[in-house]
Design a protein around this ligand. Structure first.
Ligand SMILES: Cc1ncc(COP(=O)(O)O)c(C=O)c1O
Length: 503
């Protein structure tokens, strides 16, 4: 293939490839009596024109998508220390289990009587998550962490309304993930920001001043988005409860504490899990995700419906129907989505929990924390932290925030330049410019699934980029050089994506 033909092939969308009439599959001849189309689908519901679908051979389809997949960065090809996102390895065993026909081919409309195995799995997963959270009641319905947040804040609203109260505000620390204030606004509340103290935790005086009779809830991540565990957590929850508000635990960072500490024991009323983070699911590209919530007995009546119930025993007609869906929940906030949630995520999360067990989950969290502290120590040893100091110099949990402010001042390169240059070294950059209160922030989350050699090599790459920038900052400023696209106008790319590019 000449270079021009290769460029043309790369630029073409799947609709421009193939030929009219070309097929990837030849179905066998029909061996049952054919019925007139009008009998099968009424004329009024049928298309006027056939759908305009790509017409390609199977190898053309395979090549198209394999080439596209190779133009992206993914966890299977390289280290992906994206802070706050827990990009850890997804064990292949889970894919085998989720791919079993009984799971993968179960129709979501199946009658519960014939989906007992799936309901049993969901019931068991709920019990396991309840145990991990230290809160007794679980809903698997929410489809993302942010969806779990929305469920939790709607539960809070229903709880206050049930007591005849209408409150106006929700407190969030200024380190909060952006989805927290967004959720608050979507649920019809006003955001009130609480400041951060010198140790990177919640400023207790500010919290005391702001928690009042208008406060519906406090939403808090612990460890927070700086990767720091708040030692005042019990006092924080006490202040919030004294104001009559609920305490919501954003469990996106649960990877640091599984099997070690429990949000319920810290006093929280509601917690969400990101199954697609701590409990290993392939994530990215917008989903599918899963953000179950666990709540206290007080909030259980408001959980989304239907709720999975276990009656045990025999039906009056002799059939065995142990699990069911209960729609009779008069105080429920209602359904949050169609069907019961992203079932494939439930299977993978349950497989993960069963294969690790309680001690394995604890080990996973301990190694996540150890890896983050090891990487930080290694960066220190290589002198990197002189230009990229930790935002708060404490033992971190599963991630840590560095500030690129001295690097910008002394070498003239920004965090974004360093991030782009890391791509040329074969690493996905850490999260940049978040949390917002850290100048030129770089949030690094290595996860427990990476080896010491990978962490060492990553630290070395950062050291090399800094020493290269000392000699010639233009190299980092022009990076990346080895990726399918160079620097994008990131705001423009989100608003007006260009889906093809000749290279
Ligand atoms: C701390 C925190 N809270 C909430 C979320 C939202 O989770 P999701 O992306 O599943 O909506 C994230 C996601 O990165 C997070 O890091």
């Amino acid at each position: 293939m000449t270079e021009t033909a290769m460029q043309r092939d790369r630029a073409a969308t799947i609709f421009e490839k193939g030929k009219p009439g070309r097929r990837a599959f030849t179905p066998p001849a029909v061996d049952v009596p054919e019925r007139p189309l009008d009998e099968l689908i009424p004329r009024a519901l049928r298309r006027k024109q056939p759908a305009r679908l790509p017409e390609l051979s199977e190898p053309e389809i395979v090549r198209h998508y394999v080439k596209l997949s190779r133009r992206n960065f993914d966890l299977d090809t390289g280290f992906y220390p994206l802070g706050s996102c827990t990009m850890k390895h997804n064990p292949r065993l889970h894919e085998r289990v989720a791919g079993l026909a009984g799971h993968a081919r179960l129709h979501p409309h199946q009658d519960p009587a014939r989906a007992q195995g799936a309901l049993a799995l969901m019931w068991n997963l709920e019990r396991a998550l309840a145990e991990i959270a230290g809160l007794p009641h679980v809903s698997l319905q929410p489809s993302a962490g942010s969806h779990g947040e929305l469920a939790g804040v709607l539960l809070t609203r229903a709880y206050h309304a049930d007591r005849g109260e209408q409150r106006r505000t929700v407190l969030t620390p200024d380190t909060a993930h952006g989805t927290n204030p967004a959720t608050v606004t979507m649920a019809g509340y006003e955001v009130v920001k609480v400041g951060t103290n010198a140790d990177g935790g919640v400023d207790l005086d500010d919290l005391r001043a702001k928690a009042d009779a208008q406060t519906a809830c406090l939403m808090l991540t612990n460890p927070n988005t700086l990767g720091l565990f708040d030692p005042n957590i019990e006092e924080i929850v006490r202040i919030v409860h004294e104001a009559g508000a609920t305490a919501y635990y954003d469990g996106a960072n649960l990877n640091a504490i599984m099997g070690i500490s429990r949000p319920g024991d810290m006093g929280f009323d509601i917690v969400h899990f990101n199954l697609h983070k701590s409990f290993t699911q392939p994530h990215g590209g917008g989903g599918p995700g899963s953000g179950p919530i666990a709540v206290s007995a007080t909030l259980a009546p408001f959980l989304p419906q239907p709720v999975i119930v276990r009656h045990g025993g025999e039906e009056s007609n002799g059939s065995h129907r142990e699990f069911d869906l209960d729609f009779d929940r008069p105080k429920s906030i209602g359904r949050l989505r169609g069907f019961q949630g992203n079932y494939g995520c439930f299977v993978r999360a349950y497989a993960y929990i069963c294969s690790l067990g309680a001690t394995g989950l604890r080990d996973a969290s301990e190694i996540a924390v150890l890896n983050a502290n090891y990487l930080l120590a290694r960066l220190r040893q290589l002198g990197v932290t002189e230009l990229l100091p930790p935002a708060y110099d404490r033992i971190c949990m599963h991630e840590f925030a560095l500030s690129g402010a001295p690097m910008k001042r002394e070498l003239g390169i920004r965090t974004l330049d360093l991030a782009k240059r890391l791509l040329d070294h074969g690493y996905h950059p850490p999260t940049v410019y978040f949390p917002l209160l850290v100048e030129e922030a770089l949030l690094v989350e290595p996860t427990e699934t990476e080896t010491k050699e990978t962490l060492d090599a990553f630290a070395q790459a950062i050291a090399e980029i800094l020493s290269e920038a000392r000699a010639d900052p233009e190299i980092a400023r022009g990076a990346p050089y080895t990726t399918p696209v160079r620097r994008l106008d990131e705001a423009g790319a989100a608003k007006q994506p260009v889906l093809r590019q000749a290279l």
